[in-house]
Design a protein around this ligand. Structure first.
Ligand SMILES: *[C@@H]1O[C@H](CO)[C@@H](O)[C@H](O)[C@H]1NC(C)=O
Ligand SMILES: *[C@@H]1O[C@H](CO)[C@@H](O)[C@H](O)[C@H]1NC(C)=O
Ligand SMILES: *[C@@H]1O[C@H](CO)[C@@H](O)[C@H](O)[C@H]1NC(C)=O
Ligand SMILES: *[C@@H]1O[C@H](CO)[C@@H](O)[C@H](O)[C@H]1NC(C)=O
Ligand SMILES: *[C@@H]1O[C@H](CO)[C@@H](O)[C@H](O)[C@H]1NC(C)=O
Ligand SMILES: *[C@@H]1O[C@H](CO)[C@@H](O)[C@H](O)[C@H]1NC(C)=O
Length: 424
């Protein structure tokens, strides 16, 4: 199963032609607005990072050219000797489980690549400019531990320019708020793995001891209650929907996923709950009375080979895949299809301030970017004399090493955030 390079896939080609016309006229309108209002408010931020010749960028219709020609989400990883902007020494915000340098991962080649969209160049994230743009603003990441992984990458990059203060954390250190005092920029991460109201039952090791109760018709007020504060939001669902869960709708149990005949409940599948969740989330954030600009991030593929996380799967590759080599798993593909489908419905129905942050292909090509066994310092210590291939050390082939490929998610994020009109 190859990933579709064009997220607005083939089944919608007829609609697409119509939409292109609509988009064309909308863009002409926007360009016109841009021209006549340039001296007062520019809809295109001063941080013009679009990969076009600057002389061409002055031309009124260049907006159209870039939007149809460059899909920044499709491309390849190319060698880049400059390496990451931070290390385990210069960033103190890296979670131990993802601190591959500190934990003794022996190869470093995975740090020497940059994302190259097929038809243009993506500028590198500029932390000074980003912080300037974020002055007096509040950016929130909402999701699961991948969102946390992402926010830590962003903080590591930004803290090279301005050190951050943590001003809040919850009891489990899963939701946090930070401030960059010189820029009055506030950054949150909110732990809400389903984005829905859910009762989860886990011990401190993260092992479930009872089924998840998932409310498919109620959003998690942990994020909706705070939502009014945010100027920018990066939101995403993901792997939690694959777990055993009992579905509640209209105050009754409507079915379940992966409940193996328990209580005679109907197996409705994770596709059912994921679609319901995204519909509810997208309707909430696209409501015209809400002001935040939303980036809806697509699913993160994992790279377990020869097993899963709990059955000896591993990810010991040391090179990225080429564009033609990445194969998406059927579960990731299902989730992504639902995401694109529901996102498209939102986009067609409104002028909501929401764009897709499609990190899936970029991530799919990086089987080499995960901690693997290096979740702890020296995972093979003391096992030196034994055959390493026979030893079952638990691998993480889902989260990303910091520094690592997830740093490039920020290059895409800032491009989409600050040039919204190009990526709608
Ligand atoms: C950083 O990682 C190196 C190994 O790459 C290790 O020697 C060093 O102690 C680490 N430092 C910190 C502060 O984690
Ligand atoms: C800091 O930013 C917040 C919005 O995030 C704003 O309400 C507040 O007035 C700002 N403070 C200063 C001192 O500018
Ligand atoms: C829940 O109630 C609504 C409105 O009464 C109805 O349209 C919907 O089909 C119900 N859903 C389920 C799963 O019972
Ligand atoms: C499940 O269904 C079977 C057959 O309809 C019935 O005999 C049994 O009591 C049911 N079990 C529960 C827990 O409802
Ligand atoms: C989208 O939201 C951003 C951040 O709040 C804001 O600066 C921008 O003007 C909004 N764009 C539109 C078209 O509403
Ligand atoms: C990865 O591990 C497998 C099984 O231990 C081994 O056969 C393979 O050679 C390893 N690949 C690399 C690149 O180390």
């Amino acid at each position: 199963m190859k990933i579709e390079s064009n997220p607005f896939g083939s089944s919608h080609q007829r609609n697409q032609i119509f939409l292109k016309f609509v988009a064309f006229f909308l863009l002409i309108g926007l360009t016109y607005r841009f021209l006549i209002t340039e001296s007062t408010v520019s809809p295109i931020p001063a941080l013009q990072t679009s990969p076009v010749d600057p002389s061409v960028a002055q031309a009124p219709f260049s907006v159209l050219v870039v939007s149809t020609k460059c899909d920044i989400f499709t491309g390849n990883w190319i060698p880049d000797a400059s390496g990451p902007v931070y290390t385990n020494v210069t960033c103190r915000h890296i979670q131990d489980h993802q601190n591959c340098l500190k934990n003794g991962r022996p190869d470093v080649n995975y740090l020497l690549w940059k994302w190259k969209p097929r038809d243009c160049d993506l500028p590198r994230f500029n932390p000074e400019q980003f912080l300037d743009k974020m002055r007096n603003k509040w950016l929130a990441f909402i999701g699961d531990s991948i969102s946390r992984n992402h926010v830590q990458s962003l903080i590591c990059i930004l803290s090279q320019v301005e050190e951050v203060e943590e001003i809040y954390h919850d009891k489990e250190y899963r939701s946090k708020i930070w401030r960059f005092p010189l820029h009055n920029f506030t950054l949150s991460v909110i732990w809400s793995p389903f984005l829905l109201k859910a009762e989860t039952f886990e011990n401190v090791e993260g092992v479930s001891y009872s089924d998840i109760q998932l409310h498919l018709d109620k959003l998690d007020d942990k994020w909706t209650d705070q939502y009014i504060n945010f100027d920018y939001v990066v939101i995403s669902g993901g792997k939690w929907f694959l777990k055993t869960s009992i579905f509640h709708e209209n105050n009754t149990v409507s079915g379940c996923h992966y409940c193996q005949g328990k209580n005679n409940l109907t197996e409705l599948g994770y596709g059912y709950s994921y679609r319901k969740a995204l519909r509810l989330v997208l309707d909430f954030v696209a409501d015209p009375k809400r002001k935040a600009q939303v980036l809806f991030r697509t699913t993160t593929p994992d790279h377990f080979e020869n097993g899963e996380w709990n059955t000896g799967g591993y990810c010991n590759r040391t090179m990225p895949f080429k564009e033609s080599e990445g194969e998406i798993s059927s579960e990731d593909e299902t989730m992504r299809d639902i995401e694109l489908d529901e996102f498209r419905k939102t986009q067609e129905g409104s002028n909501a301030n929401i764009t897709l942050l499609d990190t899936t292909s970029m991530s799919l090509l990086r089987p080499d970017g995960h901690p693997g066994p290096y979740r702890y310092p020296n995972p093979f210590a003391g096992l030196k004399n034994k055959d390493q291939s026979k030893i079952q050390v638990q691998n993480d082939c889902l989260h990303w090493c910091l520094p690592g490929p997830i740093d490039s998610w920020n290059d895409l994020m800032v491009e989409v955030m600050l040039n919204r009109e190009l990526y709608r």
